[in-house]
Design a protein around this ligand. Structure first.
Ligand SMILES: Cc1cc2nc3c(=O)[nH]c(=O)nc-3n(C[C@H](O)[C@H](O)[C@H](O)COP(=O)(O)O)c2cc1C
Length: 200
């Protein structure tokens, strides 16, 4: 095991360290991450989300539960995530199963969003077909009027998930495509992370 591999004994600290660097160098959305879900029948789909929390308990993102990803996660909680920071020439692959966040966590994050985004969450039937933009704009106007100057509560169909990772791979660019790949695998909950290096 190289000294570089031994730099971090567990993956969350390393991810946080890379995220901190990405925050300084990425032009926007350093926490944007590709999220792959899969139907029970094995058909994958992929889209970007914003990671809104990262600690040893997992990685949190928020979405509409009735969206395509929401429906796929309801039937199959196994996901893959991928960060790619072009400015750093680094990627991180993460795999595991998601769990719903608590009601309190969803409420707290929803309440922190700008008012227009909260109204948008009511108006958007995410991933379902709309007749045209006018339909969406009419729904925004309707909810804007409905909530007036009062509170905009969280819709039941809007919440979040926490990915509990069982696998991380940290990829770092090296000259002549001789890249560095360091993996962390958790064989069972509560055990320690097993670290390995892969050929590039
Ligand atoms: C940089 C970026 C960040 C995004 N963040 C989120 C997010 O946090 N939550 C979300 O539901 N959609 C987010 N989206 C939109 C999704 O990529 C996607 O269009 C939407 O969630 C519908 O996906 P689905 O039909 O697979 O459910 C983001 C898109 C981009 C490009």
């Amino acid at each position: 095991m190289s000294e570089k591999t031994a730099e971090f004994k567990e993956p969350f600290e390393r991810l946080q360290s890379w995220l901190a660097e990405a925050e300084k160098s990425e032009p926007n959305d350093p926490t944007a991450v590709a999220l792959a879900t899969c139907t029970q029948g094995g058909v994958p789909s992929l889209r970007m989300v914003l990671m809104k929390g990262c600690d040893e308990n997992g990685l949190v993102f928020f979405t509409n539960l009735e969206s395509r990803k929401g429906r796929e996660l309801a039937e199959n909680p196994n996901v893959a995530m991928l960060f790619h920071w072009k400015s750093l020439r680094r990627q991180v692959r993460i795999e595991g199963a998601v769990e719903p966040v608590t009601t309190e966590e969803a409420d707290a994050y929803f309440a922190s969003r700008p008012r227009a985004s909260r109204i948008g969450a009511w108006a958007s039937k995410q991933s379902r077909e709309m007749a045209g933009r006018f339909e969406f704009e009419a729904a925004i106007a309707q909810y804007t009027a409905k909530f007036g100057v009062g509170d905009v509560p969280r819709p039941d169909c809007w919440s979040g998930f926490r990915l509990k990772p069982a696998y991380f791979e940290f990829w770092r660019d090296r000259k002549f495509r001789l890249h560095e790949r360091v993996t962390f695998r958790l064989y069972e909950a509560g055990s320690s992370w097993e670290i390995a290096e892969l050929y590039p």
